[in-house]
Ligand binder design. Structure first.
Ligand SMILES: [Zn+2]
Length: 206
């Protein structure tokens, strides 16, 4: 795997299932993984609250059950939701961790990938601060690439997919503005790790 070693960015250090490099913002929304779970999938999402507004505290509030549902009309639509992801990458590339990666976060919902359903059981969820259809920042790709490499150093990661791939028709994130070719190139992992439709390069017309 010399090609991979040449591409791979420096990895961060783990303390159990927590990454030293992340800002820790513990969420109560998690549970144990099934016994013997084979954690081989990374799921990429996008989120912003309110949608399209970046830089505020609302995503972290949602994942820690502290969001004021009355603060914005949109929040009424998600009132009472108890969700989380393991990681959140802000527009400036800052990495936030909500759930121990050894534990089961609540990010995927009804889902199926590589022949197995209930992807929360055996995946790691990464939220990018963004909006379906919007593009993402260079600093986010840098953090994401380094995070994926660090995850693969600790878990038997063999697949990366978007929420839109594991829950087609129900979810659209991270959406067409996410540059899969950029992530694939940055990681240098084999094509079989990624969804088949992610090998095209984004152009200015996309
Ligand atoms: Zn999602």
């Amino acid at each position: 795997m010399r090609a991979e070693a040449r591409h791979a960015p420096p990895r961060w250090h783990w303390r159990g299932g927590w990454l030293d490099a992340a800002r820790h913002c513990p969420s109560p929304n998690f549970g144990p993984r099934p016994h013997g779970a084979h954690i081989d999938l990374i799921v990429i999402h996008s989120i912003s609250l309110p949608p399209g507004v970046y830089g505020g505290p609302q995503v972290e509030q949602l994942f820690t059950n502290q969001l004021d549902w009355q603060a914005h009309p949109y929040f009424e639509q998600i009132r009472g939701m108890e969700v989380s992801s393991h990681f959140f990458i802000r527009r400036d590339g800052e990495l936030v961790q909500f759930v121990d990666a050894d534990a089961r976060a609540w990010h995927a919902g009804a889902s199926c990938w590589r022949g197995r359903d209930n992807c929360n059981d055996d995946s790691i969820g990464i939220e990018l601060e963004g909006l379906e259809g919007d593009s993402f920042e260079a600093s986010q790709y840098l953090t994401l690439t380094r995070l994926c490499a660090s995850l693969r150093a600790r878990y038997p990661v063999a697949y990366v997919a978007g929420h839109e791939h594991i829950a087609p028709g129900r979810k659209q994130d991270p959406g067409p503005g996410f540059d899969w070719a950029r992530l694939r190139q940055g990681l240098g992992w084999p094509p079989r790790c990624f969804p088949q439709d992610t090998d095209r390069v984004l152009t200015a017309n996309d």
